[in-house]
Design a protein around this ligand. Structure first.
Ligand code: FNR
Length: 179
């Protein structure tokens, strides 16, 4: 079984990112399983924790070590990545030389309640993942706009074209993971 960790950049119960991530999780083929990775419990990263890490840092790092790939689904905050997501990237990247992100295939979905579709967050995240040595799906890029209109009252994506587009994105991600 190939394991894909899903990291959502919003802690909100009713998060559109989370709802979209649940839709995308169901598009992976047989032989793949997805796991939502908790990031809201991670204390703000402090270098003094290196070598003496809080328990939740250790659990988080172990979870990422155990997955074969990581899917990031995130909103944009102030034209960038939400702090909680950046914090998780930082926690996973340390202690120096022991980054749990190193070499893990990754894919990014950004979403927004407006037309902007999280371009800033998507690309700032790409910048960090390049440095963290994560091969990232380049095409298709996924920027989802007007998220509330995309989902029905049960949180399902209504639009068949969007679902097909996301299926193609997942298929490309699976190909990257296989490499
Ligand atoms: C936002 N939002 C937002 N949207 C956007 O397209 N570009 C932006 O720069 C911002 N900035 C921003 C900052 C902060 C602090 C908040 C709380 C919100 C709006 C954002 O798209 C909206 O709240 C989404 O619903 C957040 O995603 P989740 O929580 O639904 O996953």
């Amino acid at each position: 079984m190939t394991k894909v960790g899903i990291v959502v950049g919003s802690l909100r119960k009713e998060s559109y990112s989370k709802k979209i991530a649940l839709n995308v999780a169901s598009l992976f083929p047989e032989g793949y399983e997805t796991e939502f990775v908790e990031i809201g419990n991670l204390a703000l990263y402090n270098e003094e924790y290196d070598g003496n890490s809080p328990e939740e840092y250790t659990q988080f790092r172990n979870t990422i070590k155990e997955v074969d790939a990581v899917l990031f689904v995130t909103p944009e905050y102030n034209r960038s990545v939400p702090g909680v997501l950046k914090n998780a990237l930082d926690v996973g990247s340390r202690p120096y030389g022991e980054s749990v992100w190193n070499g893990k295939p990754a894919a990014i979905i950004s979403q927004s309640i407006s037309n902007l579709s999280g371009f800033g967050a998507n690309h700032h995240l790409r910048q960090s993942l390049a440095f963290l040595n994560m091969p990232v799906v380049q095409q298709p890029e996924v920027y989802l706009a007007n998220s509330p209109e995309l989902l029905d009252e049960n949180g399902k994506i209504k639009n068949e074209d969007t679902l097909q587009f996301l299926q193609g994105f997942v298929d490309t991600f699976v190909e990257l993971i296989k490499k």
